[in-house]
Design a protein around this ligand. Structure first.
Ligand SMILES: CC(C)(COP(=O)(O)OP(=O)(O)OC[C@H]1O[C@@H](n2cnc3c(N)ncnc32)[C@H](O)[C@@H]1OP(=O)(O)O)[C@@H](O)C(=O)NCCC(=O)NCCS
Length: 140
């Protein structure tokens, strides 16, 4: 039977374990804590009541950035990352955001293309990964 999926807003601290396991297991745990985590809006995807994926949104006026989209390694490629993306895109529309952007790992670019994000010319290297700023205009 396919698992029961629920997405809901969660406390910032609940994102840290999944960020660490999915994104930076080789770095110290504290590395995944963001200085502005307590100013963000965080969402968790529960699969059969187990927290399995997370994403965090940060607002500046009508522009939103999402950060640290992460799905537990054993649960990747099951559509959960896509469900979280759809959820925050809907959320941004409801909030009347004009743009959503992220620092995308270059090796995850194709994932974001699927949701209509396009690359900008801003690229950088951090913590062992190449990043590119990707963005999407939001309309009704
Ligand atoms: C990237 C991530 C969030 C995607 O979540 P997921 O649940 O594994 O993705 P989904 O199962 O929803 O994948 C949807 C589609 O994107 C593709 N996809 C998933 N991860 C991808 C990647 N890293 N690069 C390219 N395509 C990817 C899948 O193959 C699938 O394609 P399909 O629909 O044609 O079969 C997840 O793999 C993850 O946590 N990775 C490690 C952390 C990370 O890289 N985060 C993003 C930082 S920018």
């Amino acid at each position: 039977m396919s698992p029961l999926i629920q997405i809901e807003q969660i406390f910032p601290s609940l994102t840290w374990r999944i960020r660490h396991e999915a994104m930076y297991p080789e770095l110290p745990f504290d590395h995944v804590k963001l200085p502005d985590d307590f100013d963000g809006i965080h969402f968790g995807l529960y699969a059969d009541h187990k927290l399995t994926g997370v994403v965090s949104l940060f607002q500046k006026g009508d522009v939103y950035q999402f950060r640290k989209l992460a799905v537990l390694p054993e649960a990747q490629k099951s559509g959960y990352g896509s469900q979280l993306m759809e959820y925050i895109l809907d959320f941004c529309k409801i909030q009347k955001a004009t743009r959503l952007w992220c620092n995308a790992r270059v090796n995850a670019k194709e994932f974001y293309y699927k949701f209509g994000f396009h690359e900008t010319e801003k690229i950088f290297y951090k913590d062992g990964y190449d990043f590119v700023v990707m963005e999407k205009e939001i309309s009704d």
